[in-house]
Structures are given as structure tokens and as C-alpha cells.
Design a protein around this ligand. Structure first.
Ligand SMILES: NC(=O)c1ccc[n+]([C@@H]2O[C@H](COP(=O)([O-])OP(=O)(O)OC[C@H]3O[C@@H](n4cnc5c(N)ncnc54)[C@H](OP(=O)(O)O)[C@@H]3O)[C@@H](O)[C@H]2O)c1
Length: 322
């Protein structure tokens, strides 16, 4: 993989997005909100895929008051419910003919143990299995849209933390649950999924590529403590320190995903993150994930388990003769 840094790359460097349709999950808050603004400013039609229509519409109105001539649609999507994901796709299909970028951005972090509507451990369910199913159900639209289309999935430097493994023997943390380990596992799953998806897309010679991104440490509700996180006093102090001295703005944190979604020197299977100290902040650049994330056998196994759990099977076209 070719490594390169784009110094001072910002959303203004994004190519024109007029005529393109972009789906952003978790578009009402943090990085998703900033990505939505950036795509909309560049002329894309952005579908804000959010679990709360109320919060999403408030965010949409805020963007419309800040940016002129934006084109936004709000659709309900709860990634903790396979039924909601299917309903979202049905609604998307009834309104839109093309899909240029799917930004799998929504996420939860280090939440106390709970399960999704379908009985999946919640962090794995929302962060990985929800996006796995969503991507599988939208794949036809991505592949059939003319020109290069991209699936970008937000991972995290946290994928390198903890054991750095997928716990196939206890995927849903029923025998032993650690909020931290479950988050790390879900973010590793995001990478394994992206790289395997890209290999399968390449094998079918599709014009769709899959790219991973991470935002370093960015000031959003995820890290400010306003979310479902349940932490000790010591953890709160550490978090405050990190937030104050090592964290970048949500605008900057959205750049790796925007770069992954639009920059010319990004290819399938690449991983984009901030280029500064410990990848916590800085300009978007090509980065490297942990060894497990590149392991083909682990990726294939996770893929099979994810298909089985979600009931979503990806249909890849047979490659056309060259
Ligand atoms: N901020 C960081 O430093 C950081 C670092 C590494 C990775 N990330 C990743 O970046 C992504 C975005 O996080 P953020 O920092 O922007 O956090 P955020 O401000 O908390 O935003 C998270 C978004 O995900 C949505 N969401 C949560 N559960 C959902 C569900 N069941 N269905 C649909 N949407 C759901 C939230 O909706 P509600 O508003 O309804 O809750 C919100 O819109 C996540 O994948 C996170 O893991 C962030």
C-alpha cells in the first residue's frame, strides 16, 4: 500500500459532489453531522440516516440555516434493529435511483451490557452488524450507480486496544463482558468487514470500493461523556485530560472519512486517519491497522457469522470477461 499525506487537506478540497447521492448514518451528531455539512456544501444530496427523526430534523434545520441551497433528506434508521434497517432500505429505494457514497459512521462506545432488538451485544450490533446488513442491502444500488462509488466505514484506534481479536467463542459477551473490549472488537470488525468487502468487490470487478477511516480523538458526544457511557471518576478525569490536550474538533475529525470518500489517491482497502502524534489528530493520511484486521481467514469467518446473524447475504455479480 502506498502511504501519502495530504498536508492541509480540508473539506474545501473535496471535488464537486453535484448530482451525487450520499447516505450518512448517525448524521445528526458529531462526525456524521460535520460530514453531512461538508457533502451538502459540495452539492451532494445527503440522506441523513438517523435513529431519532426528531434529532435528525433539528440537525437538518440547523444545516439549512447555515448553508444555502443544501439538499437533505431525513430517513429513520435504527442500526440496533434489523427490521428498521430493512425499512430504511425500502424507503431509500422508493425515493432514490443512485447511491454514490455510503458512509457507515454511526456508533456507540463502551456502553454497559445490553442487547439489540435482535439479541446481539449492542456495540457489535450497532457498530458492525447493523452496518454490515445495511451495506449488503444497499450493495446493488452502489454497484449499479455509474462511475466509482464508495463504502466508507468509521473504525477507531481503539481497534488496537484490548486483545485485538474477534471473540468468536463469545461474540456477544454472554460469558464475560467488558465495555472496552466490546468496543475494540466492534471497531476491529469494521476493518475486517471493509477489507473483505473490498476483496469481494475486486473479485467481481465492481466499480465500488470499500475504504476504512478513523477520526483520531475528536470532540463529539461520544467522547464528551454525554452519551450512554458509564465510567468511573478516574476514567472521567483521564477522558477530560485527553479531551483537553489531545482531541481535535469534530470538523477536523470528519476529514479522514471525507478524504476516504472523495480523494483521488484513495483506493479500495485503504485506511485513512489523522497523521499527527499517535494518530490522535492531524491531516488525513494513509494509516495501518493491526495485524488481525488484515487476516483473510478471520475476515471470512466474521463475514459468514455476520451473514448468518443478520440474514443478509451479499450478492456479487459474476465478473465479466475482460
Ligand atoms: N469521536 C471520536 O473521537 C471517535 C474516535 C474513534 C471512532 N469514532 C467513531 O466515529 C463514529 C461517529 O461517532 P461520533 O464521535 O460522531 O459520536 P456521536 O456524536 O455520539 O454520534 C454518534 C451517532 O451515531 C448515532 N447512533 C447511535 N446509535 C445508533 C443506532 N442504534 N442507530 C442509528 N444511529 C445510531 C447517534 O444517534 P443519536 O444522536 O440518536 O444517539 C449519533 O448520530 C462512531 O462510529 C465512532 O465509533 C469516534
Amino acid at each position: 500500500m502506498e502511504a501519502s499525506t495530504e498536508s492541509n487537506w480540508t473539506a474545501t478540497n473535496m471535488p464537486d459532489q453535484s448530482g451525487r447521492t450520499v447516505v450518512v448514518t448517525g448524521a445528526n451528531s458529531g462526525l456524521g453531522l460535520e460530514a453531512t455539512k461538508a457533502f451538502a456544501r459540495k452539492g451532494a444530496h445527503v440522506v441523513m440516516a438517523c435513529r431519532s427523526l426528531d434529532r435528525a430534523n433539528r440537525a437538518r434545520r440547523r444545516i439549512e440555516s447555515m448553508v444555502t441551497d443544501v439538499s437533505l433528506t431525513v430517513l429513520e434508521l435504527d442500526l440496533a434493529s434489523q427490521a428498521s434497517i430493512r425499512q430504511f432500505v425500502t424507503e431509500f429505494e422508493s425515493e432514490f435511483a443512485r447511491l454514490d457514497v455510503l458512509l457507515n459512521n454511526a456508533g456507540i462506545m463502551m456502553t454497559p451490557y445490553s442487547t439489540t432488538e435482535d439479541g446481539f451485544e449492542r456495540q457489535l450490533g450497532v457498530n458492525h452488524l447493523g452496518h454490515f446488513a445495511l451495506t449488503g442491502l444497499l450493495l446493488d444500488h452502489l454497484v449499479e450507480t455509474d462511475g466509482e462509488t464508495r463504502v466508507v466505514t468509521q473504525s477507531s484506534i481503539a481497534h488496537k486496544s484490548g486483545s485485538g481479536e474477534i471473540h468468536f467463542d463469545d461474540l456477544h459477551g454472554k460469558q464475560s463482558y467488558s465495555r472496552f473490549e466490546a468496543y475494540a472488537q466492534s471497531k476491529l470488525a469494521n476493518l475486517l468487514f471493509t477489507y473483505e468487502l473490498d476483496r469481494r468487490l475486486r473479485a467481481s470487478r465492481a466499480d465500488t470500493i470499500a475504504v476504512a477511516a478513523h477520526p483520531g480523538s475528536s470532540a463529539t458526544e461520544l467522547v464528551s461523556g454525554d452519551t450512554e457511557m458509564d465510567t468511573s471518576v478516574i476514567q472521567q478525569i483521564v477522558r477530560k485530560f485527553v479531551n483537553t490536550f489531545m482531541t481535535q474538533s469534530a470538523v477536523a475529525g470528519a476529514l479522514p472519512a471525507l478524504y476516504a470518500a472523495t480523494a483521488a489517491n484513495v483506493d479500495g482497502g485503504h485506511y485513512i486517519g489523522p497523521g499527527g502524534l499517535l494518530e490522535m489528530r492531524g491531516n488525513p493520511t494513509h494509516v495501518v491497522s493491526n495485524a488481525t484486521s488484515y487476516d483473510h481467514a478471520t475476515a471470512r469467518r466474521l463475514w459468514e457469522v455476520s451473514e448468518e446473524l443478520t440474514g443478509v447475504t451479499f450478492e456479487f455479480e459474476e465478473p465479466q470477461p475482460a
